[in-house]
Structures are given as structure tokens and as C-alpha cells.
Ligand binder design. Structure first.
Ligand code: PMP
Ligand code: GLN
Length: 378
């Protein structure tokens, strides 16, 4: 009866959202917007349902959607992913990530990940018998020490997982980082899994450094993306991944027995909605305003911070407030003060010295104001 994956706690997102619900706390923990997505998109999905897109989509995804995704890559990054062979629509980025890892990682393979890391990478590696090799990103800059990465690359390295803009720290990788990654892996068969779910949420003139912009990286990379993040509907769980043909063929061999295909009317609706580039081009500006509103509201609080450069998360440091560890402090804020966040240590091998909490600012201005009123009194 022993399962393959042991010592796994319930996801912190489930735990904190449930605690917030129980204590009627403002929930800035789990990352999801508390405002509606565009009515035009909802109408497009509803229209697709009424027009008969209600049976299985093709295994790789609705072709109109794959064409629209391909066009987006051409427009944004001047690069091509062929819709027939190089793009697959998935049940959110999570399924893409799980399937990519399952497709390639064998027992004893090593996979380099950067800590703090989003929570779904490590269990998928372990479930496939692989060994996660952690490289620490040191607060407050969370920048990558490439010498350390170089030391971690061995003949067993199968994959390196990067994530930019980065959840949970809100930092971004720069062109120099991508060039270094390219240099270190050039001439190897190391697969890059580039988790780019926040590609359209990047601030202060930073440019998103997609792995597809670097030709030697692109040749070995999967890029994963999430419409939930981009169009404010995390509950729809539709995303996609792209990779060169041979890698995508291997991926689809697993994907077809994993989910086979994804909710069809949503795909058709998204295809129509993606035709208008402003629907994703305006997102960074929208969230930069939210970040600035939030930070301006809490500027006189006792929390300290470096403004988030991407994602819809802001990390706040509480070392001037209490000597509590971050889990205890996050629990106290939720149960006693009515505001929920995510303790950073859960993304970081439970390193309790972090003294950081992650707050989601994908919320209405009223919610941000109510949250700030509480944080200013802490
Ligand atoms: N990667 C990162 C970095 C994320 O933050 C998330 C979820 N927010 C995902 C992947 C999963 O995306 P999805 O909800 O589309 O499965
Ligand atoms: N990605 C979201 C976050 O970081 C949560 C996703 C989930 O609940 N699994 O908060």
C-alpha cells in the first residue's frame, strides 16, 4: 500500500485559502484574481458552446487556438512554432509541466531547479524517480549564481527548470542570464523547461526573456504558458506548451494518455479572443498599476520590500516586526488580523529564516485598500 510519493503535505495554496475562508480573512494567499475576466471572452466561450464545440478537441488542441498561439509567438518574439507539430494545448501549465517531466525524466536523472520554486516541479521529478538538484536564489535579489549552476551540471543532468517572471519572488531573468544558460548547456542534450506563465505580467520596462529568443536554447526547450494567468480565469485550467517538433512528438505520446485533450469550447473562445493582441499586450500595464497601488498604500507600514518586477505577487519582509517564523506569522495574520498570505519558506525547503511573506495583488482596488488598512496597523 505504500504510495510512490510520500511525505507530501497538502499544497500550501489549499491550506491558506481554507484558513482564510474559515477566518473570513482577506485572501491574498493563493494566486487568483477576485475580479471577472472580460465579458467578451466569456461571450466567445459561450458562443463556442452554442455553436457545437462540445465534443473532443483534437488531441493537440483546437487548431484555431494553435494558429492563434503561433501568431502570438511571431508577433512578440519573431519566432515560429508550427501549429501542427510544435504547439499543444494542455489542462493548465501544471499538466504541461507534469507531462514534460514524465516524458523525459528517468530514475536517477538529475533536474536542476531554483529555490524558492513553484511547488509543482519537485513532486513530478520525484514521482518519476528523478533527483531534484536545488540551486539557491538568495534574497532579496534572488539572482542566479551561474557558477553554482555550472558546478551542479553533471552527466546525469537531464533538465533545468527556469521560471521567469518568477513565482514566488517577483523577480525576472535578464538577457545575460539566458545567454549564460545557453552557454552552459550548449552542445549538451539538457532539456530546458521554461515556465513562462507570467510572460505578459512584467514591469518597469523589463522585457520578457523567453527561451524562444535564444536559438540554441529554443532547440532544447519547452515553454509552458497559462491562459488562467493571462485572462483572469485560473479556474478554466487551459494552457499550452511549445517545443521543436521532435520534443513535441515525445510529449504528445504521453499527453494523449494523460488527458488526451482539453475543454473544447474554452479553446475555441480563447482562439477568437487572442485575435486581438491588446488583450494580452495591456496586461503588464494593468498589473503594474495594481502593484503601485498596493505598494503606495503600504509605504508607511513596518514591512520592507523590493518592488515586484513581474507576476502578480509582492514579497514583504517582516524582520522589523516580529521574531516569529514565517509560517507562524502568516497563520497569526490570517487567524487574528484577517489577512492571508503565503509564507515564503514553503517554496524554499522550509528555510524559516526567510522572514518573508508573499501577497497576491491581483485584486480589486477596494480589496487592496482593505488589505493595506490591516497591514498598516501590524
Ligand atoms: N507555474 C507557475 C510559476 C505558476 O505560478 C502556476 C500557477 N499559478 C502554474 C505554473 C500553473 O498554472 P495553471 O494554473 O495554468 O496550471
Ligand atoms: N499558482 C498559484 C499560486 O502561486 C496557485 C495555484 C494552485 O493553487 N495550485 O498561488
Amino acid at each position: 500500500l505504500t504510495p510512490k510519493l510520500t511525505n507530501i503535505d497538502t499544497s500550501i495554496f489549499t491550506v491558506m485559502s481554507a484558513l482564510a475562508h474559515k477566518h473570513k480573512a482577506i485572501n491574498l494567499s493563493q494566486g487568483f484574481p477576485n475580479f471577472k475576466s472580460d465579458q467578451k471572452l466569456i461571450d466567445a466561450v459561450s458562443k463556442a458552446m452554442h455553436s457545437g464545440y462540445n465534443q473532443y478537441a483534437p488531441m493537440a488542441g483546437n487548431l484555431d487556438l494553435r494558429n492563434a498561439i503561433s501568431k502570438k509567438f511571431e508577433l512578440l518574439y519573431q519566432t515560429t512554432y508550427h501549429p501542427e507539430t510544435e504547439i499543444t494545448v494542455t489542462a493548465g501549465a501544471t499538466q504541461a509541466i507534469f507531462t514534460i517531466i514524465s516524458t523525459f525524466v528517468k530514475p536517477d536523472d538529475e533536474v536542476i531547479i531554483f529555490k524558492p520554486a513553484y511547488d509543482c516541479y519537485e513532486p513530478a521529478i520525484k514521482l518519476n524517480g528523478g533527483k531534484p538538484i536545488s540551486v539557491a536564489l538568495i534574497a532579496p535579489k534572488y539572482s542566479i549564481d551561474w557558477n553554482h549552476v555550472e558546478q551542479c551540471i553533471t552527466s546525469k543532468t537531464k533538465m533545468i527548470i527556469i521560471n521567469t517572471p518568477h513565482n514566488p519572488s517577483g523577480t525576472v531573468m535578464h538577457k545575460t542570464d539566458m545567454l549564460k544558460l545557453q552557454e552552459l548547456t550548449d552542445g549538451t542534450d539538457i532539456i530546458i523547461l521554461s515556465d513562462e506563465v507570467y510572460e505578459h505580467i512584467i514591469f518597469d520596462e523589463n522585457l520578457h526573456q523567453s527561451a524562444c529568443l535564444f536559438s540554441n536554447l529554443k532547440a532544447r526547450s519547452f515553454i509552458t504558458a497559462s491562459f488562467g494567468k493571462t485572462f483572469h480565469n485560473t479556474g478554466w485550467k487551459v494552457g499550452y506548451c511549445c517545443a521543436p517538433k521532435a520534443l513535441m512528438e515525445a510529449f504528445r505520446a504521453v499527453h494523449q494518455f494523460n488527458v488526451f485533450s482539453v475543454h473544447h469550447p474554452t479553446q475555441k473562445g480563447l482562439a477568437d479572443y487572442l485575435d486581438e493582441p491588446n488583450h494580452y499586450l495591456e496586461l503588464s500595464q494593468f498589473y503594474q498599476k495594481k502593484r503601485d497601488t498596493f505598494l503606495n498604500l503600504i509605504k508607511d507600514s513596518r514591512f520592507s520590500y523590493t518592488p515586484s518586477k513581474g507576476t502578480y505577487f509582492q514579497v514583504l519582509n517582516f524582520s522589523d516586526i516580529t521574531s516569529k517564523n514565517d509560517i507562524d506569522f502568516a497563520t497569526y495574520l490570517t487567524t487574528e488580523k484577517g489577512i492571508a498570505s503565503i509564507p515564503m519558506s514553503v517554496f524554499n525547503d522550509h528555510n524559516r529564516d526567510d522572514k518573508m511573506l508573499r501577497f497576491c495583488f491581483a485584486k480589486t482596488d477596494e480589496t487592496l485598500k482593505d488589505a493595506a488598512d490591516i497591514l498598516n496597523k501590524i
